[in-house]
Write a protein that binds this ligand. Structure first.
Ligand code: FE
Length: 175
């Protein structure tokens, strides 16, 4: 059981709750992105840390890791974008009050709210709406003792995804 830095749920509970919230989308890639969005905090125990607030650049580490494992570019980019989504949303005054204390503290390590230029660039990413959805599920996935399906529920979906042919990508794991 790995604590989810400064939150009232474990990393596993957080991941399972985020994935469960994504189910209503009906989009397996969104569900997997929600499930895996924080895997960068667990990927390498020796990676540099943000004080006691988790791994530095966990979103970028996760994006690289997921591509290596055989996830689609879309899943990897959704995960890689979930911190940018927070930095984007922090431009709205009403948003800061909704963030957990830990999430507000990590923001300082993550570059703070986006500049105007960064925000425009973010909106130009065709995936940005999906990135914002993953972010919303992430933030809603910190409920102590929530009853949600366990990892076994997600295994078939994950295997299907990893084994799916990816046109234009090289077969054999070295994507
Ligand atoms: Fe999270």
């Amino acid at each position: 059981q790995v604590d989810y830095i400064g939150e009232p749920v474990t990393q596993l509970a957080h991941a399972l709750q985020a994935a469960d919230r994504a189910r209503a989308s009906g989009d397996p890639e969104l569900m997997l992105a929600a499930l895996l969005h924080d895997i960068g905090h667990l990927a390498d125990p020796n990676a540099p840390q943000m004080a006691d607030l988790g791994t530095v650049n966990h979103e970028g580490l996760a994006q690289d890791l997921l591509l290596k494992l055989g996830c689609s570019a879309r899943v990897a980019q959704l995960v890689g974008g979930h911190v940018d989504a927070k930095r984007y949303l922090m431009r709205r005054p009403s948003y800061a009050g909704k963030l957990s204390e830990a999430s507000r503290q990590t923001l300082a390590h993550q570059g703070g709210p986006m500049s105007d230029l960064e925000a425009v660039t973010f909106e130009e990413n065709p995936l940005h709406r999906d990135v914002l959805r993953v972010r919303a599920w992430d933030e809603a996935a910190k409920v102590p003792d929530a009853e949600v399906p366990g990892l076994d529920f997600w295994r078939p979906l994950l295997l299907d995804h990893l084994l799916a042919p990816r046109p234009g990508e090289t077969y054999g794991g070295q994507r």
